[in-house]
Design a protein around this ligand. Structure first.
Ligand SMILES: *Cc1c(COP(=O)(O)O)cnc(C)c1O
Length: 477
C-alpha cells in the first residue's frame, strides 16, 4: 500500500493551477447550453461540486493516479455537460429490457397492464375513497378495496396488503410468534437477495427460529418432535430462487398444516411469487399456486404483488379471518402500509384474473412468458436485417436457440426456451458493447454469455425497437 497521508501544510498541488476555474467552465458553450435545461442555482451547484470533486482527487492522488487525471478543459466541459443533461432528465426513466429476464428486479420487476396503469394515473391526481367509509364518513379499512377480489381468487377468508413481501413476512411472524418459537426446515432458510434472509427476518420480527431437518431432507417427524409449549407457528418458505435436486424431500403444505392443526398451532406459507394461474397449461414448468396452499390448509399465505402476479410492488397476506384480523391490528402494519397508487394498480391487476381467457394477452408478465419462439425469432431476424448495414464487418450477429429467465426467484433453474441474438463484435470487446448499450438513452440491458452480448426479444416491447435501431446505428454506424 502506498502511504497516502496528507500533509495539511503542503502547498496546493501545481496541477490545480492549470485546472479550469468555475467562471470559465460555466462559460464553455457546451456547459452553458446544458445549463439551460436546469434551474440556475441547481445547475451551478452541480458544476461546482464536480469541480470540487476533481480538485479533491488531484490533492489526494499519488504519482501513478495523477497521470490518469484528465484536466483538459474541453473534455471536462463535455463531461460536465453530459452530466447536466442527465440530471435534467428524470432519474428513473425508461429502460429497454433486452436481457430476457421477465421479472428483472433491477428494472422494476413486473411491467403493469394497461388497465393498472390507467388506474394509477387516475388515482394519482385525485382524492379518493382509499380509507374512508362512505356510510359513516369515518376512517375505513384500506384493505377492503382488494380484499374481496383476493378472497375470491385465492379461496381465503381475508386479506391484507403491505409494501412488499418482506414486510408481509415480518409482520406475519411478529403477529403470530413474537417471543415464541417458529419451526422451519433447514432446507428453507433462504436468502432472496437484497438482504432478505429468513434467519434475519426471524430475528427482526422477534420470533425464535427453530431449525429442523437437514439441508436436503426434512421429514414430518422433524416438525412433530420440535413442537414445544412455546411453539407459535410452523412456517414453510418456498425456495423461490434455487432448486434442489437429487436426494431431497420436504413436507407438503397439506401435511405441515395437519401436523400444526393437530397440535393447535397455525401454519403459514411464504410462497414468494404469488402465482394465481396454473402456468403448466401454457407448457411452462409449475409454480406453486396461492389457492393450493389455502386449500392445503395453510392458515396464512404471503406473496409479492410484483412477481408472477404481475402487479405493483406490494406484499399480500391472505388467510384465516382471525389471524388476518390480528395482523391488521399490529402497529407494524401501519408502518408498512402502501398508498393509493398501489391499491389502484393491484385492484386493476386482480380484476384481469376474473377473465382468465384474456389474461395472457392483457397481463404483460403472462404475455411475455407465453410469447411464441417463432414470433420472437421473427422479430429478431427483422431487427438484424435492419441493422445489418451498420454492423457489417464490425460485429457477427445470429439468431440462435437460447433461454429466457423468469427472474426475481420465480421458476428457479427452469430456463424458458427462447430465441436469442448473439452479438460478437470484432471492433470492441463484449463488455464494451454491453457498456455502450447501457449508456444509451434509453439504456439497453443485455446479458453476456459465452463471449457474446445476448439479446432476447421476449422482453422487448414493440416501442423499444426504434431505440435499439438508433443505438446500433450510433455505436457501429
Ligand atoms: C421474493 C420473496 C420474498 C421477498 O419479497 P419482496 O416482494 O421482494 O419483498 C420473500 N419470500 C420469498 C419466498 C420470496 O420469493
Amino acid at each position: 500500500m502506498v502511504n497516502n497521508e496528507k500533509n495539511p501544510e503542503q502547498s496546493p498541488h501545481p496541477l490545480l493551477n492549470s485546472l479550469i476555474g468555475m467562471p470559465n467552465l460555466l462559460n464553455k458553450p457546451g456547459v452553458r447550453k446544458a445549463l439551460e435545461e436546469l434551474p440556475q442555482l441547481y445547475g451551478n451547484e452541480i458544476v461546482r461540486k464536480e469541480l470540487d470533486k476533481l480538485r479533491q482527487r488531484i490533492l489526494e492522488a499519488d504519482e501513478s493516479e495523477l497521470d490518469k487525471i484528465d484536466i483538459d478543459p474541453d473534455r471536462l466541459a463535455e463531461k460536465i455537460a453530459a452530466l447536466l443533461y442527465e440530471k435534467a432528465r428524470p432519474s428513473v426513466h425508461d429502460a429497454v429490457n433486452a436481457a430476457g429476464i421477465i421479472l428483472h428486479t433491477a428494472l422494476g420487476r413486473a411491467p403493469l397492464a394497461d388497465e393498472a396503469r390507467e388506474a394509477v394515473c387516475h388515482a394519482a391526481a385525485q382524492y379518493s375513497t382509499i380509507a374512508v367509509d362512505r356510510e359513516t364518513g369515518r376512517r375505513g379499512d384500506r384493505y377492503k378495496h382488494v380484499e374481496d377480489l383476493l378472497c375470491f381468487l385465492t379461496g381465503a377468508e381475508a386479506a391484507c396488503v403491505v409494501n412488499n413481501n418482506s414486510a408481509a413476512t415480518i409482520v406475519l411472524l411478529n403477529t403470530m410468534a413474537e417471543g415464541k418459537e417458529v419451526i422451519v426446515s433447514r432446507g428453507q432458510l433462504v436468502e432472496i437477495g437484497g438482504s432478505f434472509r429468513i434467519p434475519d427476518v426471524m430475528k427482526r420480527s422477534r420470533a425464535m427460529m427453530v431449525e429442523v431437518g437437514t439441508t436436503n431432507k426434512t421429514h414430518p417427524h422433524d416438525y412433530i418432535e420440535a413442537v414445544t409449549e412455546n411453539t407459535g407457528l410452523i412456517l414453510r418458505v418456498h425456495a423461490s430462487n434455487y432448486r434442489m435436486t437429487g436426494f431431497t424431500s420436504d413436507v407438503p403444505v397439506k401435511e405441515m398444516a395437519e401436523i400444526a392443526h393437530q397440535r393447535g398451532l397455525p401454519m403459514a406459507d411464504d410462497i414468494g411469487s404469488g402465482c394465481l394461474v396454473d402456468i403448466t397449461q401454457y407448457g411452462l414448468p409449475p409454480e406453486p399456486l396461492v389457492q393450493d396452499s389455502i386449500r392445503g390448509g395453510a392458515d396464512l399465505v404471503c406473496f409479492s404483488g410484483d412477481k408472477m402476479l404481475g402487479g405493483p410492488q406490494c406484499g399480500v397476506i391472505v388467510g384465516k379471518n382471525e389471524f388476518i384480523k390480528r395482523i391488521k391490528n399490529n402497529p407494524l402494519v401501519r408502518s408498512f402500509r402502501c398508498g393509493k397508487l398501489t391499491y389502484s394498480a393491484l385492484e386493476a391487476t386482480l380484476k384481469l384474473y376474473l377473465e382468465p381467457e384474456t389474461l395472457p394477452q392483457r397481463l404483460p408478465v403472462l404475455r411475455l412468458l407465453t410469447r411464441k419462439q417463432d414470433e420472437i425469432a421473427r422479430k429478431e431476424r427483422s431487427f438484424l436485417r435492419k441493422i445489418k448495414p451498420f454492423i457489417q464487418g464490425q460485429c457477427i450477429a445470429n439468431v440462435v436457440n437460447g433461454f429466457s429467465q423468469m427472474g426475481s426467484g420465480s421458476l428457479p433453474g427452469r430456463d424458458i426456451p427462447s430465441k436469442i441474438i448473439t452479438f460478437c463484435p470484432t471492433v470492441m470487446t463484449v463488455d464494451e458493447l454491453a457498456y455502450k448499450l447501457r449508456r444509451n438513452n434509453p439504456p439497453i440491458f443485455t446479458r453476456i454469455e459465452s463471449e457474446a452480448v445476448v439479446m432476447d426479444f421476449r422482453t422487448v416491447f414493440p416501442d423499444d425497437v426504434p431505440f435499439l435501431l438508433e443505438a446500433f446505428e450510433r455505436i457501429f454506424g
